[in-house]
Design a protein around this ligand. Structure first.
Ligand code: 2P0
Length: 402
């Protein structure tokens, strides 16, 4: 339990990861509790490259709950934020009434100040709500000394957030109950299980902001018969196959299923009425490039997946990263030969053979990709012990604003 300092303020700071689904979540059966129509499975990305950091402060002197996101004050009254705050406070109250005295010093009636930042640009179009809500729920739980199943609370912030409560390979079981108690995330394997797996995020330059996931999946549930077929008849079998591919570290099976599931998700978007288009020309060229590359080698070396936007996420093995990055650079020549084109884990320059170049029947697209982040699977949320890293000062206000 954190101690209240001499300033009558208690501060807790934690970090949480982003996750990228290989079996996609798309569609809710209950929009208030955020209960999905199918199970899903994701890889938690390493926080060295992508993370949210959140500080929560509690003090008897605070007049109201407040929140700052990436340096700007935001609306604390958003219903999903309120659900998370209410649920964690309810669990804390329950612990106390069950006789846990360790949390007694912290006033549950005290207001909180929340400050949250991402170490990646929002403009990158990477879903930040998963890491954001996972971090909020984890930090509040540490503040109030709440333990146990927290993915059910994170899910009520944003569906995909429940999967960011664990590291490695994580499934979100859709559950059957109407109260959502069995709609929880569960680790399938830890991040250490498949150390060779790598994740390349190809940030595609986009001119328009796409339809948000929440609104998009609502329209899909209302109008797409393909989505119903997918949820009822396709995903259950794919979950079993995907878990087995991961357990066996079978990249060919993992990669093929990942691509098929991404394609089916985007097919359900096209089957939505009016249709939703998340992929753009660059995304389509990346898809073609990957298939040509795999066909050249006669097996699945790299696999793509796309979420609710044009960015590609590529899964591959460490031994193929250097060459594939060179392929990307060749077909999507970066601006001014790419000073900052590569971020994250290091990549060694290699030269491409003429056979590889000619095998890939894709028109080069200069500046189609803004940059690449090279990362891997990583751990779940963590507490930050170093007090100088709190985002809020002893006065309970952000140390930095933008
Ligand atoms: C996923 N996506 O499984 C899928 C694939 C986008 C495409 O989860 O309404 O932001 O907050 O539950 O979690 C994005 O949906 O939606 C998402 P809400 P969320 O990662």
């Amino acid at each position: 339990m954190p101690e209240e300092s001499r300033h009558n303020i208690t501060l807790v700071t934690c970090t949480a990861p982003v996750n990228i689904a290989v079996i996609k979540y798309w569609g809710k059966r209950d929009e208030d509790l955020i209960l999905p129509i199918n199970s899903s499975l994701s890889v938690t990305l390493h926080q060295d490259q992508l993370k949210t950091t959140t500080t929560v402060a509690s003090s008897r002197h605070f007049k109201e709950d407040r929140i700052w996101l990436n340096g700007k004050e935001d609306n604390i009254n958003q219903p999903r934020l309120q659900s998370c705050l209410r649920e964690i406070r309810r669990l804390a109250r329950k612990r106390r009434s069950d006789g846990d005295v360790s949390t007694e010093s912290l006033g549950l009636s005290h207001k909180v100040h929340i400050c949250s930042v991402n170490n990646f640009p929002t403009a990158a179009g990477l879903a930040s709500s998963a890491a954001g809500y996972a971090c909020l729920v984890y930090t509040l739980a540490r503040l109030y000394g709440v333990e146990g199943e927290l993915s059910e609370v994170a899910r009520q912030g944003s569906g995909s957030a429940c999967r960011s409560m664990y590291g490695g390979f994580v499934q979100w079981r859709m559950g059957e109950r109407t109260d959502g108690k069995d709609s929880v995330a569960e680790q399938v394997e830890a991040e250490s299980h498949w150390p060779e797996l790598r994740v390349l995020i190809l940030v595609v330059s986009a001119e328009r902001k796409p339809v948000g996931s929440t609104a998009g999946m609502h329209t899909s549930v209302e109008t797409s018969l393909l989505l119903k077929h997918r949820a009822d008849s396709v995903v259950p079998g794919r979950m079993t196959e995907m878990i087995s591919a991961i357990r066996q570290r079978d990249f060919a099976a993992f990669g093929e299923l990942t691509m098929k599931d991404s394609n089916q998700f985007h097919a359900t978007c096209l089957d939505t009425y009016p249709p939703i288009f998340y992929l753009n020309d660059v995304s389509h060229r990346i898809i073609r490039m990957v298939h040509c590359y795999n066909a050249h080698y006669g097996h699945t070396r790299v696999a793509y997946t796309f979420d609710a936007g044009p960015n590609a996420v590529i899964y591959t093995l460490e031994e193929h990263v250097d060459e594939f990055v060179q392929v990307v650079k060749h077909f999507f020549p970066p601006e001014n030969n790419g000073g900052q084109f590569l971020k994250g884990l290091s990549v060694s320059p290699v030269s491409l053979s003429e056979e590889v170049k000619t095998a890939i029947a894709v028109e080069p697209t200069p500046k189609g990709i803004s940059y690449i982040i090279n990362t891997k699977a990583g751990p779940g949320p963590c507490m930050v012990e170093e007090p100088s890293l709190h985002l809020l000062g002893a006065d309970g206000l952000p140390k930095q604003t933008v």
